[in-house]
Design a protein around this ligand. Structure first.
Ligand code: BGP
Length: 491
C-alpha cells in the first residue's frame, strides 16, 4: 500500500499528569484522589495497610480511598502513584527535547486540576501551577509540537472527592466550569486541541469487575457520568466562545472492541450490548448530543435513575465535540457460553480468550486488525475526525550492560498498529493523529507499577522508589523516529 497518511498527520505520544509529573506537593499543588489510592487489578489487587485512629489495622484495596484520619499511618503498601513518578515536573525540557528528536508533531498531556485550584473551590487560581503549564506549552511551541491537553485525567482534587462527594454532586459542574474557563483564557493561542475527560466511560466499563458493588455505588456512577457529560458539553461551548479557533474532543476508552466469541446469534447480541454499554453510550452523548435509544434499557437493567437538571438536554445538544478520540490497546471476546477459557491476568479488562490472538505479559490481547475495525465503526457512525490518543505495549524492558534497551516486541506492536491505521485511512477514515501511550516510561494506571513500561524513552526509576531518573533512548525510539520522518511509510 502506498503512503496513505495525510500531510500534517499528527504523530506524537501521550502522558497524564498524575502518572508522570511527580512533585505532588510542591508549588502549592493540592492533593488529588490519585495521591491517596492504592491500585491493583481485579485478580491481583494491591492493598495498603494502615493503622486506624482506634489502633486497629485495616487493609484497603484499590477501590477504596484510605480515610483521611488514617492516611498517614501506613504500615504496608504504597499509595498510587509513587509521589515522584518520573518527575516530569522538573525534567520537562529534557523530555520535550527528546520528543522533538523523535519528530513529534503532537504531545498529549494533562493538567493536574489541583495544581491550578488546590482544593478545586478557590476563587483565584494558583499562579505557580498556571506558570508551569505555560512553560511546558512554550517549550513545545519552540519545537513546533502541538499540545493535545486532557483537562481531567482521573485526578479530581481530593477535597472535591471527600468533602463534596465527587462528581455525583452537581455542584462540581460549576467548579469544573471555573477551572476550564481559566484554562481556555490563560492558554488561548497556545493550546488548540482540548479533551474534556480521559476515558469518561471507565466508570461503566469497570462496573462488571467489582464484585458485589453496592447498588448505591452503581447509581452514583451513572449520575457522576451524567454530570460529567453536562460539564463536558458546557466546556465545549465555553472553549469556542473564548477561542473560536480551538477544537474540543471527547476521549472514550477502548472503542467498540468487544467481539462475539462464536457466531451463535446470542453471542452476537451479547457483544453488541457490551459495545453499547461500554462505548457507544458515552460516545453518543458527546458526539450526537443526546443519550442513545438503548440508554433507557441500561438504566432499567441496572435499576438506576439518572437525574437531569433543568436545561441539561439543551446543554448536551449544544455542546457536541469537534472530534472524537479513544484509547486502543486490545479487543475482548464476549460469549453466552460457559466453560470457555478466560483471558487477562493482571488487568481490568477481561473476557473470553480469543484463540486467534497473542497476549501481552499482562494478558492484554494484541490485535492490530481490531484497531482498523474500531476506527471504521467509529468513523462510520459519526463522520467527524478521529484521533487514536493511546495505544502501546506494556512490557518489562531490560537495560543491557552498555546501556542500550532492545525492545523488538514494542516495535513489532507499533509497526502492526501503524499499518492498521494506514488501512483504516485507505478505508476512508478521517484519522488525524496518533499519540501512543507512555511515549516516555511512567507509572501504570491500573497497577501502580513502574516496571510495566510503554515508553520509547526509558526512565531509570523502579517500583521500590529507587533510580536516578536518567532518560535513555530505546530501540523503539529510533524506529519511531524513522516512522515519523517517512510519514508512516518506512516501517
Ligand atoms: C488507560 C489510561 C492511562 C494508561 C493506560 C495504560 O486506561 O488512560 O492512564 O495508564 O490506560 O494502562 P496501564 O497503565 O494500566 O497499563
Amino acid at each position: 500500500m502506498s503512503n496513505v497518511f495525510p500531510e500534517g498527520f499528527y504523530w506524537g505520544g501521550a502522558t497524564a499528569a498524575n502518572q508522570c509529573e511527580g512533585a505532588w506537593n510542591v508549588d502549592g499543588r493540592g492533593p488529588a484522589r490519585t495521591d491517596v489510592t492504592t491500585v491493583g487489578t481485579a485478580d491481583s489487587p494491591r492493598y495498603i495497610t494502615v493503622r486506624m485512629p482506634d489502633g486497629t489495622t485495616t487493609k484497603f484495596s484499590q477501590f477504596t480511598p484510605v480515610p483521611k484520619e488514617a492516611r498517614g499511618a501506613v504500615l504496608d503498601g504504597e499509595y498510587y502513584p509513587n509521589h515522584e513518578s518520573i518527575d516530569f515536573y522538573h525534567h520537562y525540557k529534557e523530555d520535550i527535547a527528546l520528543f522533538a528528536e523523535m519528530g513529534f508533531k503532537m504531545f498529549r498531556m494533562s493538567i493536574s486540576w489541583s495544581r491550578i485550584f488546590p482544593k478545586g473551590i478557590e476563587e483565584e487560581p494558583n499562579q505557580a501551577g498556571l506558570d508551569f503549564y505555560r512553560n511546558v506549552f512554550l517549550e513545545l511551541k519552540k519545537y513546533g509540537i502541538e499540545p493535545l491537553v486532557t483537562i481531567s485525567h482521573y485526578d479530581t482534587p481530593l477535597y472535591i472527592e471527600e468533602e463534596l462527594g465527587g462528581w455525583s454532586n452537581r455542584e462540581v459542574i460549576a467548579l469544573y466550569d471555573r477551572f476550564t474557563e481559566v484554562l481556555f483564557r490563560e492558554y488561548k493561542g497556545l493550546v488548540k486541541y482540548w479533551l474534556t475527560f480521559n476515558e469518561i466511560n471507565c466508570a461503566l466499563m469497570t462496573l462488571k469487575f467489582i464484585p458485589n458493588m453496592p447498588h448505591t455505588m452503581v447509581q452514583d456512577r451513572y449520575q457522576s457520568l451524567h454530570n460529567q457529560f453536562v460539564a463536558s458539553a458546557r466546556a465545549v461551548k465555553r472553549a469556542h466562545e473564548v477561542d473560536p479557533d480551538c477544537k474540543v474532543g471527547c476521549m472514550v476508552a477502548g472503542g467498540p472492541s468487544a467481539y462475539p466469541l462464536t457466531c451463535d446469534p446470542k453471542d452476537i447480541i451479547a457483544a453488541q450490548i457490551e459495545n453499547q454499554n461500554s462505548f457507544w453510550y458515552s460516545a453518543d452523548v458527546q458526539v450526537r448530543g443526546a443519550y442513545p435509544a438503548f440508554a433507557k434499557r441500561m438504566w432499567e437493567h441496572d435499576g438506576v435513575t439518572v437525574e437531569f437538571g433543568e436545561g441539561d438536554e439543551e446543554i448536551l445538544r449544544s455542546g457536541t465535540v469537534d472530534f472524537i478520540t479513544y484509547s486502543y490497546y486490545m479487543t475482548s471476546c464476549v460469549t453466552t457460553h460457559e466453560d470457555v477459557e478466560m483471558s487477562g491476568k493482571g488487568n481490568l479488562v477481561m473476557g473470553a480468550k480469543n484463540p486467534y490472538l497473542t497476549y501481552s505479559d499482562w494478558g492484554w490481547s494484541i490485535d492490530p486488525d481490531g484497531l482498523r475495525y474500531t476506527l471504521n465503526e467509529i468513523y462510520g457512525r459519526y463522520q467527524i475526525p478521529v484521533m487514536v490518543v493511546e495505544n502501546g505495549l506494556g512490557a518489562i524492558d531490560t537495560v543491557e550492560e552498555d546501556g542500550s534497551i532492545h525492545d523488538p516486541y514494542r516495535i513489532d506492536y507499533m509497526r502492526e498498529h501503524v499499518r492498521a491505521m494506514g488501512e483504516a485511512i485507505a478505508d476512508g477514515v478521517d484519522l488525524i493523529a496518533y499519540t501512543p501511550w507512555g511515549c516516555i516510561d511512567l507509572v501504570s494506571a491500573s497497577t501502580g507499577e513502574m516496571h510495566k513500561r510503554y515508553g520509547m524513552i526509558y526512565v531509570d526509576r523502579h517500583d521500590d522508589g529507587t533510580g536516578s531518573f536518567e532518560r535513555r533512548r530505546k530501540d523503539s525510539f529510533f524506529w519511531y523516529k524513522k516512522c515519523i520522518e517517512s510519514n508512516g511509510e518506512d516501517l
